[in-house]
Design a protein around this ligand. Structure first.
Ligand code: NAI
Length: 328
């Protein structure tokens, strides 16, 4: 039988992971023939709760789950890992300034970047879900000089999936009719979900919808502010859908995007579409053999260009702030 793939997950006692770990162990991440070993990182006070989650994993008797190790020391937990999902992060609490948030997360992602650099397997891929995801990924990447930059990404797949469902519902079609969706920029309220290159049953989605006011005033803000709407309705932030997106993103990164479509992923810019090199910004991407390529040659009109530039400007600001804090 196949050698288990070692998957590290941080924030493992948190609410996203209460869905995520069970999806990974059931085979949703790497398919029904690939055993996995889970390496779960938490802060010390959460280890007891994490033991409870591990008891529940045991109680599922998942055939593909070869082993589970937990701990609060990144260098031990990340030893030899092939995939890392960095979910745990410091949330913004009342009265916290943006600088405080960036430095609290900076401490987490510098340490984890360094630990991955020292002990992860040579084929390591790192996906950051914990917010501010793009900048946390930038911090981890900048603190892992021996790992190629293209092995770091931040999650915008949840935004991508949200956009697909909004347009499918508007058009009255199944989600499977919607393809070529793109999220550009930051995983934040400035993100730009782009309908002008999306397709509905192979036709241009913006033309099928034919309602620029709906795109500008309903679709874009609904997708961009969906996280806040979930908190408002549920009393806590999106968890199962964030876990689903994390699994789907890393699944596609490991196994490739379907022929004839692309996905959205925040990856280090190579300067494409005027996004400054090195910023971790969301793009339309295709993936084959583990290699992520930005879809080239899409034409952007003034409306799209302005939206992308505004989100990228926010990423540049965040990069300047963490540079000033000495985190990268
Ligand atoms: P949560 O607060 O329920 O869980 C976070 C867990 O991380 C906690 O158990 C905490 O103890 C742990 N943690 C904190 N520092 C850690 C460290 N240094 N090492 C290991 N674990 C650590 O939060 P939840 O709901 O699971 O969300 C996690 C993150 O994902 C948040 O930052 C949230 O904003 C973000 N998120 C991102 C989305 C995206 O689309 N990119 C969507 C939804 C949430």
């Amino acid at each position: 039988s196949k050698t288990p793939v070692k998957v590290a997950v941080t924030g493992a006692a948190g609410q996203i992971c209460y869905s995520l770990l069970f999806r990974i162990a059931s085979g949703a991440l790497l398919g029904p023939d690939q055993p996995v070993e889970l390496r779960l990182l938490e802060i010390t006070p959460a280890l007891k709760a994490l033991q409870g989650v591990v008891m529940e994993l045991d109680d599922c008797a998942f055939p593909l789950l070869s082993k589970v190790e937990i701990g609060d020391d990144a260098k031990k937990v990340f030893d030899g890992v092939n995939l890392a999902m960095l979910v745990g992060a410091r949330p913004r609490t009342a009265g916290m300034e943006r600088g405080d948030l960036l430095s609290a997360n900076g401490a987490i992602f510098t340490a984890q970047g360094k630990a991955l650099n020292e002990v992860a397997a040579d084929d390591i891929k790192v996906l950051v879900t914990g917010n501010p995801a793009n900048t946390n990924a930038l911090i981890a990447m900048s603190n892992a000089s021996d790992i190629p930059n293209e092995r770091f990404a931040a999650l915008t797949r949840l935004d991508h999936n949200r956009a697909i469902t909004q347009v499918a519902q508007k058009a009255g079609v199944a989600v499977t009719s919607v393809s070529h969706m793109t999220i550009w920029g930051n995983h934040s309220a400035t993100q730009y979900p782009d309908l002008f290159h999306a397709q509905i049953d192979g036709k241009n989605a913006a033309e099928v919808i034919n309602d620029q006011a709906w795109i500008a005033d309903t679709f874009i803000p609904t997708v961009a502010k969906r996280g806040a709407a979930i908190i408002e309705a549920r009393g806590s932030s999106s968890a199962a859908s964030a876990a689903n997106a994390t699994v789907e993103c890393l699944h596609d990164w490991a196994l490739g995007t379907p022929a004839g479509d692309w996905t959205s992923m925040a990856i280090p810019s190579d300067g494409s579409y005027g996004v400054p090199e090195g910023l971790i910004s969301s793009f339309p991407v295709t993936i084959a053999d583990g290699k992520v390529s930005i879809v080239q040659g899409l034409e952007l009109d003034a409306f799209s260009k302005a939206k992308i530039d505004a989100s990228v400007a926010e990423l540049a600001d965040e990069r300047a702030a963490v540079t000033e804090l000495g985190l990268i």
